[in-house]
Design a protein around this ligand. Structure first.
Ligand code: SAM
Length: 342
């Protein structure tokens, strides 16, 4: 299945492509077309809006469900696409609405000042890195060095496959980070991008290193090494944790909001309340006033969050002296560690 999202995020369409056309729609794609458009969504709030899809007229609904069965999902936004082979990389984060909101916010920044050096922390499928490399290459200013980090080896493999067709002369390196361990020292970079795990949970560090606010703390701690004066960090915030994260970031960075969107919190492992962990997690989020709620569920979802993409820059005194590697500027000392409450 191909999921194609317009650059302004105002329209999303679902397509049967390749053999899926014969198997789900019948016949062949029209001449010159990659596939058959099966359904279009206006102003999507999710890449797969299950509430809206399940409310479709039955024939359309069942066709969409058939498409969801196919083993490969391709997501295309603003001319850049990645494929996600579900069975090979089941645990890899394929592009979701937050990924696309971040990509949309990156677009004008990349046009105004394409980075020579780039880091993505938590690359998932590799979509955002591919987006950066593709847009810079198309603008005639290819990225010289890119680094992708994740704690999931499959995410790095997925990133490698995603970047292969657009890599050109860019020197790309991959770093397998350890969950809950310090991120490796590297940098500075002209541009750092991170769409981190952002939903806080109680005791994340003990029983689930994939969740919680760990990466925000690491970014704050590592800021003077990752970024030079003039570098940009583009980061996702969620209203579920913004009350802690924003002030912690603001102590180190000058922040500017780039984009914002309210979206459903569609993460059943958090919201389902069918396990002790999920009940404890939801209690923590609810009692902490961290969730936006639609008690009527007329929107199709009970729990919502507001996502905000921020640009963060170091003030001159904290950043590295220049973008040269290995600078021994005294300003490269570590920032005061900031503990983020969980
Ligand atoms: C919300 S997903 C975002 C994925 C991708 N950047 C996107 O926007 O589609 C967060 C990613 O961070 C990764 N991650 C979590 N903790 C990490 C850490 N300590 N170091 C590097 N990556 C981490 C996860 O494995 C996951 O791929």
């Amino acid at each position: 299945m191909l999921i194609r999202i317009e650059r302004n995020l105002r329209e999303l369409s679902l397509w049967a492509v390749g053999d899926e056309v014969r198997e789900a729609v019948g016949g062949a794609p029209p001449k010159g077309a990659r596939g058959v458009r099966v359904h279009t969504v206006k102003d999507p709030r999710l890449v797969l809006d299950t509430a809206a899809l399940l409310a479709l007229p039955s024939v359309r609904r069942d066709l969409v469900m058939r498409l969801l069965d196919f083993p490969v999902r391709e997501t295309e936004f603003d001319g850049v696409s990645v494929t996600w082979p579900k069975h090979r990389f089941p645990g890899v984060w394929s592009p979701t609405i937050d990924t696309l909101l971040l990509a949309r916010a990156l677009r004008p920044l990349l046009r105004a000042r394409p980075p020579r050096t780039f880091l993505e922390i938590g690359c998932g499928s590799g979509f955002l890195s591919k987006y950066v490399l593709s847009k810079c290459r198309d603008a005639g200013s290819p990225v010289a060095e890119a680094r992708l980090m994740d704690i999931n080896p499959d995410a790095l493999l997925s990133g490698m496959e995603a970047l292969a067709p657009v890599q050109g002369d860019t020197l790309v390196s991959y770093s397998l980070n350890r969950a809950g361990r310090r991120i490796p020292e590297s940098g500075p970079y002209d541009l750092v991008v991170c769409n981190p795990p952002y939903v806080p949970r109680p005791h994340a560090e003990v029983n689930n290193p994939f969740e919680g606010l760990f990466l925000y703390g690491e970014i704050v701690r590592m800021a003077p090494r990752l970024l030079a004066h003039g570098s940009r960090l583009v980061l996702m915030l969620s209203s579920t944790s913004e009350a802690e994260v924003r002030p912690a970031l603001a102590r180190v960075f000058a922040l500017r909001d780039l984009a914002s969107l309210e979206v459903p919190l569609k993460i059943p492992v958090i919201t389902a309340r069918l396990s002790k962990e999920s009940r404890r997690w939801m209690d923590y989020l609810e009692k902490g006033g961290r969730l936006l709620e639609d008690p009527t569920e007329k929107s199709g979802y009970r729990w919502w969050q507001r996502l905000t993409v921020v640009e963060a820059r170091l003030p001159a005194t904290l950043g590295s002296a220049g973008t040269a590697r290995g600078s021994s500027s005294p300003s490269r000392r570590a920032a005061r560690p900031v503990r983020l409450a969980r």
